[in-house]
Design a protein around this ligand. Structure first.
Ligand code: SF4
Ligand code: SF4
Length: 143
């Protein structure tokens, strides 16, 4: 590059506004089709488990607490999710969507990577059952 051209480029750049975005202090509106965190709408869910079965990343678990009363818990692991949207396609009841608003999913510890959707009491029931089954697995391992 010739010296004259270099000076011209430098002086032009000095007069321009920076193109670097000041994220996270300034944010753009995310694109409509951005695939962020999986959101579950329990209203139409029938607990069929298709989303869990079809998820290639094992990022979803569906627990049926009471099918007749339509009490289900859906556990989502964003750290396993590849945002492929297969679960959204598989759900015939339109209960799942990948949010274009909730996409900042990085964290400094693992706790935000297990999300339990559902009624709080049902979630506690599922967690208690899981902890019981973990205990019995540990017993079997010791035997
Ligand atoms: S978007 Fe893909 S990887 Fe994520 S939960 Fe749905 S099916 Fe699984
Ligand atoms: S596929 Fe849809 S209806 Fe079936 S368990 Fe998943 S969210 Fe519920």
């Amino acid at each position: 590059m010739k010296l004259g051209m270099m000076f011209r480029d430098v002086s032009t750049s000095l007069l321009r506004r920076p193109v670097t975005e000041k994220y996270p202090f300034e944010r753009r509106e995310p694109p409509d089709r951005l695939r962020g965190k999986l959101i579950w709408n329990p209203e139409a869910c029938i607990g069929c488990g298709l989303c869990e079965k079809d998820c290639p990343a094992h990022a979803i678990e569906v627990f049926v607490v009471d099918r007749e009363e339509k009490r289900f818990v859906l556990t989502y692991h964003p750290d396993r999710c590849t945002f492929c949207a297969q679960c959204v396609i598989s759900c015939r009841h339109g209960c799942l969507e990948l949010s274009n608003q909730e996409w900042e999913l990085a964290a400094l510890n693992r706790s935000p990577f297990t999300i339990h959707y559902g009624n709080e009491n049902d979630v506690q029931l599922v967690l208690a059952e899981q902890s019981l089954s973990d205990d019995s697995k540990a017993e079997i391992d010791r035997d």
